[in-house]
Every structure is written in C-alpha cells, then in structure tokens.
Design a protein around this ligand. Structure first.
Ligand SMILES: [Zn+2]
Length: 182
C-alpha cells in the first residue's frame, strides 16, 4: 500500500511519503542531510507512522524550519489558543511550527555530553523529530502545554524512543533544557 501524505512542509514544500520520505530538489538543497535522514529514520517507526498518518489529514499543516541559532535540537512552540480550541473543527486548517537545529549536537561536542544513547547526527535528529512531532500530535488533539507530566505523553514517548533504538532516552522537564524546549 502506497501512502502519499502531504502534511509536513520542509523548506516550504510538502514532504511526500512513499512510505519513506521523498524529498524535492529544493528540500535536498535547503535542508541539512541530518534533518532528512532523521525524518526518514523516525518515519520508519510504528509510532512515527501513526503520528504522520494522523497529521496527514487535510486539516493540519506542520511547517518545519531549520534554525542553526536555536538553543535546542528542536522545539515546537505552542500554537495560539484559537488553533488549540479548533481541534474539533475538521473544516478549519490548523498550522503548527516545528524548529529543528541540526547543528546543535555538533556544537555540543566536547561540552557536557547529552544523556542520550543516540550517536550519529541522523540518530539524534530522528529523536528531535520524534520529540517535537509528539508535541504537535498533542496540540492537534487540542491539548495545551504542559505535556511532559502526562502519562499518555510519556508512554508514547517511551514506545517511540524504544522503536528508534534509544529506550533510555528521556523527554521530560529536566531533559528539555538540554535537548529540546517548548
Ligand atoms: Zn517536550
């Protein structure tokens, strides 16, 4: 079965999943290899597929930006209250923003090592995709921050981190200062 999904916008263009992401020329030119490899890695997991499929509905747009100056590997700012409140309105298009910084881990080398099992940049970026898209998945259900203390958030994170090969990787308030901020 071929899935062609268009919910995630990278370099301003939708990513086509087939089921692995197929990148456009513009995406290849204007995004980091680690960002793209991270997406492919995350999209290959069961929970990655689940979230991508859920957000593939016409009512959602997820704009993914790279920012080398961001002080975390990723963040997913909470949308406005009107967007959260219209979660149940399927006719209304809801837009979300995810910011990834594929250079964050490179700069962190030699400094305090992150408490993570992920080694390569692609592995680390797959965790950043998973972490931030999980927040978007909750926003899309109309659930505002904080998310970290929620049992369902932590259960999904642990399952997804295990699928990525990092069963001990945490995503909580203590972790977010180092890796991701929301
Ligand atoms: Zn978080």
């Amino acid at each position: 079965m071929i899935h062609v999904l268009f919910a995630i916008l990278l370099a301003g263009e939708p990513v086509r999943f087939d089921p692995a992401p197929q990148f456009t020329l513009r995406q290849l030119r204007h995004t980091a290899a680690a960002t793209r490899a991270g997406l492919a890695r995350w999209a290959a997991t069961e929970h990655g597929r689940l979230i991508i499929n859920a957000l593939a509905a016409k009512e959602y747009d997820v704009m993914v930006l790279e920012d080398d100056a961001d002080r975390s590997a990723g963040n997913a700012p909470q949308p406005g209250l009107a967007t959260l409140a219209s979660a149940g309105d399927h006719a209304k298009v809801k837009s979300y923003v995810v910011v990834l910084n594929p250079t964050f881990f490179g700069d962190a080398k030699g400094m305090t090592p992150l408490p993570t099992e992920a080694g390569t940049k692609a592995e680390l970026m797959s965790a950043a995709w998973a972490a931030e898209m999980l927040h978007v998945y909750f926003y899309a259900q109309g659930i505002s921050l904080p998310h970290h203390a929620r049992r369902d958030f932590q259960e999904t994170w642990r399952a997804m981190a295990t699928e990525l090969g990092f069963p001990a990787m945490r995503h909580d308030d203590e972790e977010e200062a180092a890796c991701w901020s929301h």
